[in-house]
Design a protein around this ligand. Structure first.
Ligand code: SF4
Ligand code: SF4
Length: 257
């Protein structure tokens, strides 16, 4: 008898144990093969389908620092929410998704399938979750994806601009100043040259940016899956990663050596 729970085997069980071990190893080999196959398909898909502009926008979002001015939480725009966003807000706030739906959202004016918008309040059209006195989002950790990815990643990649220019966003203005100030520095020019000449490093950076984009959007499970398929090792050296992001954004802005 094999006592698999505590790992003990009786004297006559060697062949059973061998069979069991073989079964386990066949299973894990099969699983490994599936992962290798999935990884191959993912890398092919990534190479053929993910535009470079998406990587540039992700790199810009990594460099972007929000100044908490609250401008993007009021005015003419609105925050689009999907069913996933509703659930995330519900989980964070301890209310049900149907309560969030009925009390805090309105129909999407553009009638996108499965989408609503967060209610805007008063003449300034302030988002219903913005705390104007404390100048902060009341559901920051549970905020919708569009707020997490604003401003660089919350636009259509068809626009083909490596930076999303929002004149009212102080963070964007500051990022542009940083890019301008650093563009001609010797160190960053060397980084750009090295990145340009090293196709493998560039490809790895783009995969890391794809993973980071999912993390920024709050899609941790998908990010982890991509990390596994792309073979990205942790921990990521954040200082070097940010240098690479800066070099990548500047290259796409045509500031290369
Ligand atoms: S959910 Fe939060 S971050 Fe998004 S618009 Fe409303 S207040 Fe701003
Ligand atoms: S407008 Fe820009 S800097 Fe201001 S809160 Fe929004 S993202 Fe942050």
């Amino acid at each position: 008898m094999i006592e698999s729970d505590n790992g003990k085997f009786n004297n006559n069980s060697k062949s059973d144990k061998d069979k069991l071990d073989k079964g386990k190893s066949d299973k894990s080999e099969g699983k490994q093969e599936l992962i290798v196959e999935e990884s191959k398909s993912f890398l092919e898909w990534f190479r053929d389908e993910v535009p470079e502009i998406q990587s540039s926008l992700a790199a810009a979002q990594v460099l972007f620092e929000c100044k908490n001015c609250g401008e993007c939480c009021k005015g003419e725009g609105y925050a689009l929410v999907t069913n996933e966003d509703l659930q995330r807000i519900a989980d964070f706030s301890g209310k049900s998704a149907s309560t969030i739906f009925s009390q805090f959202t309105d129909p999407d004016p553009e009638k996108r399938e499965g989408c609503r918008i967060l209610k805007n309040m008063g003449p300034e059209r302030i988002c219903c979750f913005y705390d104007a006195r404390a100048r902060r989002c009341k559901i920051h950790e549970g905020r919708p994806e569009i707020c997490r990815t604003f401003p660089m990643l919350s636009i259509d990649v068809e626009q083909e601009e490596p930076i999303s220019l929002y004149s009212d966003c102080r963070g964007t203005a500051d990022l542009l100043k940083v890019l301008k100030a650093k563009a001609k520095g010797t160190e960053i020019q060397n980084e750009m040259k090295e990145l340009q000449e090293d196709a493998d490093r560039l490809a790895t950076l783009r995969l890391m940016l794809f993973m980071r984009q999912l993390q920024i959007a709050g899609r941790e499970d998908e990010a982890e899956h991509v990390r596994m398929l792309a073979g990205i090792r942790l921990p990521v050296d954040e200082v070097q990663f940010k240098k690479d992001c800066l070099a990548y954004v500047l290259l796409t802005l045509g500031e290369g050596p």
